[in-house]
Ligand binder design. Structure first.
Ligand code: SF4
Length: 360
């Protein structure tokens, strides 16, 4: 009998290996990737390397390497309650991991029938993530998602009770493994042995919600918008939260300042989200002032933007302002760096230091 399984694929090392293990046992794998709206892999900063770059999506690349289809499922709309009212609370930042996993797996469950699959699997590793990957949390997730017995975790299977796919002989338990904890060395060794040469950095993470800086900026946004956390954010608002340096200018206005050319291009693309600011006579970053700024807010924001780049050595910097298709300018003294730092709302991690939690 041909056996088919649905695998949750983030595109990271663990989920890719889990899929490979299933394929090596002759299982036909149908991968699904969930976009919560907060995945780093979907962050348009992947567009930033150069204007001609193609979007790099880890799950699609993993599917391509494995030669399997990857179904992309956007759960952002239904994820809002998971994010703002998690039954099981948050991890170290604003990551509602247990509720998040329950949601993804409960969305994947009906796909088993629809796609002719007999079971589900993930790349979860026991003890790798403190909130959602201990035995009790794993059982809770299975129970709440209604998949008890039908969810296999091949990388830690030998440490867990046998699942239905193992009991019924669809999967050979002897060929599964017993990885545990945060180390990725066994996974990297398995990747080498199985010829999986290319995969994203195992410590790279893929979820903004597990990043404390992002959580601070998200809470700041909730605290300064009329709808608070009750009203879903626009996607552009989330993209901006993931990008650049952030400054709380006033209750009604927030400034996002680009840190490199890619972010310059990205903020320019999203300039309609607010007031676009950029120095006119000297190089400097593109910035967007969002919200409902007063004249005073605009001046303050311009002085911050003027302080980045060679303009900070000038007495006055001529700044271009664009809003609603109208262009204007003002000359402003760059703000002192100590004062700029005081207004910062937890900087975004750069690509080099993104090390948040990842889903498997
Ligand atoms: S870290 Fe993973 S499990 Fe936790 S909230 Fe983010 S995507 Fe969900």
């Amino acid at each position: 009998m041909s056996v088919r399984a649905i695998g949750l694929l983030s595109g990271g090392l663990d989920s890719t290996l889990a899929a490979k293990m299933m394929m090596d046992q002759g299982i036909e794998v149908h991968a699904v990737h969930f976009n919560t709206g907060f995945c780093l892999t979907d962050n348009p900063d992947r567009l930033r390397q150069s204007p001609g770059d193609l979007v790099r999506h880890d799950a699609l690349r993993a599917g391509e390497r494995l030669g399997i289809p990857v179904e992309m499922i956007d759960i952002y709309d239904e994820y809002w309650d998971v994010l703002t009212k998690p039954k099981h609370g948050y991890g170290s930042a604003m990551n509602p991991c247990i509720d998040c996993r329950s949601k993804m797996i409960s969305v994947a469950r009906p796909l088993m029938e629809d796609r002719g699959a007999q079971f589900l699997f993930t790349g979860e590793v026991l003890g790798q993530r403190p909130m959602s990957q201990h035995k009790e949390a794993m059982k809770t997730i299975e129970r709440e998602a209604g998949v008890a017995g039908f969810l296999l975790r091949p990388l830690s299977a030998k440490l867990l009770a046998p699942t239905i796919p193992e009991v019924r002989g669809w999967v050979d338990r002897a060929r599964l493994v017993s990885y545990v904890g945060r180390t990725r060395k066994p996974q990297m060794a398995m990747a080498r042995e199985t010829g999986l040469e290319e995969y994203p950095s195992p410590s790279g993470g893929c979820c903004s919600l597990a990043d404390k800086g992002f959580a601070t900026r998200l809470q700041d946004l909730f605290a300064h918008r009329p709808g608070g956390s009750e009203e879903r954010l626009e996607r552009t608002e989330i993209y901006l939260l993931k990008t650049g340096r952030h400054f709380r200018i006033s209750d009604g206005a927030k400034l996002v300042v680009a840190r490199d050319d890619g972010e310059n291009r990205f903020l320019h693309f999203h300039r309609r989200a607010g007031w676009r600011l950029e120095a006119l006579d000297v190089p400097g970053p593109v910035a967007i002032l969002t919200g409902l700024p007063s004249e005073e807010d605009l001046t303050l924001a311009a002085s911050i933007v003027a302080s980045y780049g060679p303009g900070r050595a000038h007495g006055l910097v001529r700044m271009g302002v664009e809003h609603g298709g109208q262009a204007s300018e003002l000359s402003i003294a760059p703000m002192d760096r100590a004062e700029t730092n005081r207004l910062g709302v937890h900087r975004n991690k750069s690509r080099r230091d993104q090390t948040g939690a990842s889903i498997q």
